[in-house]
Structures are given as structure tokens and as C-alpha cells.
Ligand binder design. Structure first.
Ligand code: NAI
Length: 358
């Protein structure tokens, strides 16, 4: 039976890196059925809404999706999603709306240094578990006249416990050695204090996995200076957002940092950590690797561990050999050059394995 995967092709560099990712995933030999999902400009064109309920329904049905980045206007305001039962979801951005309409609650972002590419950070191997339903991105903010604005940093016990539980579970499943909570509980003693207390509560139930915590400012410093201090990081929405881009910068490019949005019912929407990069859109030079490696996360999620490794190992090998590097990594390869090179390497590996098995 074919594997149905929703495809949100996004804006900016989105369509280019989506095409590249589909090319690589097809090279696994698995039978995929790609289901276009109209969100963003496509949603506006087809349904007059950037996140039509038709798209939400399709994604809930297929449960697996690849999402390219979407352009989000600054200062533009809210996304309103009207539900069949008459309720309305109000969200601060389209990306936030997608996550919350689909009840996706954690964004795991495994960021690894690449030999030959990442310089002093070749050994960096940090997996950031970002909470994605709350914090200052909850959309609870308002102007106070023209002179001030107020934004609520929401932390609930339910969300803080859930992301911590996911992190310990992730650490155990992936044979990781430590889980660290990142916070600012000295200054934001209630919201971050609750996040940390929930983390400690979950840590106490998982004594087999060592755990600790650091302030967000110290964490940024340690990540740059002693990244080996970290293994799995649990962070609230904004701290996780910032630390993931920092880690991506350390290993060499935002184009190397994969990620996923995971829900409770087996749902996963994989996406790169980076945005729509309008400055390089349409030139065919975007680095597709973050989305390709995100595709590997989707394969692992559906139990295709061997295929996930095939994609990951082929990608890392090519990068280390300095073959098919896009301009962000100092090369001249195009987006599709990278995809074709990875697919070719995967084919060679599969052929070698087949011959070994004869
Ligand atoms: P960005 O991540 O799009 O770009 C930051 C810098 O990194 C730019 O110089 C860009 O050229 C470079 N870059 C990013 N991805 C790259 C890739 N794959 N290959 C080569 N270079 C790459 O962040 P920015 O400029 O702040 O945001 C642009 C737009 O994307 C905004 O509208 C923003 O709201 C949106 N965005 C969407 C996200 C999503 O859909 N998940 C996440 C972050 C931003």
C-alpha cells in the first residue's frame, strides 16, 4: 500500500526545496503518494483562506506531511480559523495556526555538526525539543494606547509536562545520555519557574536518564563555547526557536537544520528549522538539506529506520566530501544538483547492499 504524505510547498524557497526533498524520498524506493495541501498562498487562491479547514482535514487524515517554510508578514496580526462547531481559533501567525489546529505540541530539532563542514563544531550533536503551543507565541497580546504593548507569556502545567515527557522518551528511544531544561526561572519565576518545576517532576520519574538545567543566557554561551555540555534540550517556544537557529549557525548553515512537529496521535509534519529565505528564492540555490533530513525524520517516524539512515548517511557523506555544496556552504551547486547527488549516492549504497546480500 502506498504511503500518503501531505505536501505543503510553501513560499520563497519552499517549492524548490520541496521538489528536491521529494526527489530524494522517491529514491528510497518506497511507494509514496504525495497529497498537495493548499495552505498559505495556495489556500488563499483555492479557498480564500491561508489555512482552510479543508487543508486541516486532509492533514488530520493523512497524518504525515512535509511542510516547506511559509512567508509570514511582520505586524500583520492574527489568523482566524472558524471550525464546524462554531468555535474560532485565533493565532498569531500562520505557522502557529497550523501547529495548533493540528494539535502538534513538540518540535524536535536534531542538529549535528558535519565532518569537513562544521569547523570547530563538527562534534556538535544537540537535539532541541521545542514546546510549540504556548509561551509568548500564544497570541495573547494587545496595545495599551499607542505607547505600549503587552504580551502574555503563557505556561501551563499540561504543556510543560508533555514536552518534558516527550524529551525523556526521545532520549531513551534514541539512546541519548542527558536531558537539559533551558529556562530563565530567576527572572521569570512563575512562567519559567513552572516550566522548570514540571521538568524536574518528569526527571524524577526518569532516574535512568541524567538531567540538569541552565538559564537561557548561559545556555547560549555554553552552546557556542562548550556544546558537549548538551545532548537533549527541552525549551519553551521562544527559547527553543532561538537556540535552534544558533545551533544551525554553529554547524554551518540554517540549511542544515532539520525538524519536525509532532502530535499525540502519531501525526507528524516535518519541516526545516529555517524560513522562506526570500532573499534567495527562485534562484535555484537554496540548500535543500534541512528539509531532506527532515524527510528522514518522517521515514524514522513511520518505522523506516533503514531508509532514514540511508538518506542521512548519503547526505553526510556527500557534504563531508565537499560534493554538491550550495552557496551557503561555499559551493556552487544548485538545489536540484544536491538532491540528485544524494539520490545517486543512495542508489549506489542500495546496489552495494543488494550485491552483498547475493
Ligand atoms: P530565513 O530562515 O528565511 O533566512 C535567514 C537567512 O538564512 C537568510 O540569509 C537566508 O537566505 C538564509 N537561509 C535560510 N534557509 C536557507 C537555505 N535552505 N539555504 C540557504 N540559505 C538559507 O529567516 P528570515 O529571513 O527571518 O525569514 C524569512 C521569512 O520566512 C519570513 O516571512 C518569516 O516569517 C518566514 N519564516 C517561516 C518559517 C516557517 O515557515 N517555519 C520559519 C522562520 C521564518
Amino acid at each position: 500500500m502506498s504511503i500518503q504524505v501531505g505536501v505543503i510547498r510553501g513560499n520563497g524557497i519552499g517549492p524548490e526545496i520541496t521538489e528536491a526533498t521529494i526527489h530524494v524520498l522517491e529514491a528510497t524506493g518506497l511507494d509514496f503518494q504525495w497529497v498537495p495541501v493548499a495552505i498559505g498562498d495556495d489556500g488563499m487562491e483555492q479557498y480564500g483562506h491561508p489555512l482552510p479547514q479543508e487543508a486541516v482535514k486532509t492533514l488530520k487524515e493523512v497524518k504525515l506531511a512535509i511542510k516547506a517554510p511559509l512567508l509570514v508578514d511582520k505586524f500583520k496580526g492574527r489568523v482566524y480559523c472558524e471550525h464546524e462547531d462554531g468555535t474560532v481559533g485565533i493565532y498569531p501567525s500562520l505557522n502557529n495556526a497550523i501547529r495548533r489546529e493540528l494539535e502538534l505540541y513538540v518540535c524536535p530539532r536534531p542538529i549535528r555538526g558535519i565532518p569537513g563542514i562544521s569547523g570547530n563544531y563538527e562534534k556538535l550533536d544537540v537535539h532541541i525539543m521545542r514546546e510549540i503551543t504556548e509561551d509568548v507565541y500564544s497570541g495573547i497580546e494587545h496595545m495599551i494606547g499607542d505607547e505600549a504593548a503587552e504580551c502574555i507569556k503563557l505556561t501551563t502545567k499540561k504543556a510543560a509536562l508533555r514536552v518534558a515527557e516527550y524529551a525523556f522518551d526521545y532520549a531513551r528511544r534514541n539512546h541519548r545520555s542527558r536531558v537539559t531544561c533551558v529556562h530563565k526561572a530567576n527572572a521569570v519565576s512563575m512562567a519559567d519557574g513552572l516550566f522548570l518545576k514540571c521538568f524536574r517532576q518528569v526527571a524524577a520519574k526518569n532516574p535512568d536518564i541524567p538531567s540538569d538545567d541552565f538559564m537561557i543566557d548561559a545556555s547560549a554561551y555554553y552552546l557556542a563555547k562548550n556544546p558537549e555540555k548538551f545532548d537533549v534540550i527541552v525549551a519553551s517556544n521562544q527559547y527553543g526557536d532561538i537556540l535552534s537557529d544558533l545551533a544551525a549557525g554553529l554547524v554551518g548553515s540554517l540549511g542544515l537544520a532539520p525538524g519536525a512537529n509532532v502530535g499525540e496521535d502519531g501525526m507528524i509534519v516535518v519541516e526545516a528549522s529555517h524560513g522562506a529565505a526570500p532573499d534567495i528564492a527562485g534562484k535555484g540555490i537554496a540548500n535543500p538539506i534541512a528539509l531532506i533530513l527532515s524527510g528522514a525524520l518522517l521515514l524514522r517516524h513511520i518505522g523506516e529506520e533503514e531508509k532514514a539512515r540511508l538518506v542521512e548517511e548519503s547526505t553526510v557523506e556527500l557534504l563531508s566530501e565537499h560534493r554538491a555544496l550550495t552557496p551557503d556552504l561555499g559551493g556552487t551547486a544548485s538545489t536540484m544538483d544536491v538532491a540528485r547527488a544524494i539520490a545517486e549516492r543512495m542508489g549506489e549504497k542500495m546496489e552495494k547492499q543488494r550485491r552483498g546480500g547475493e
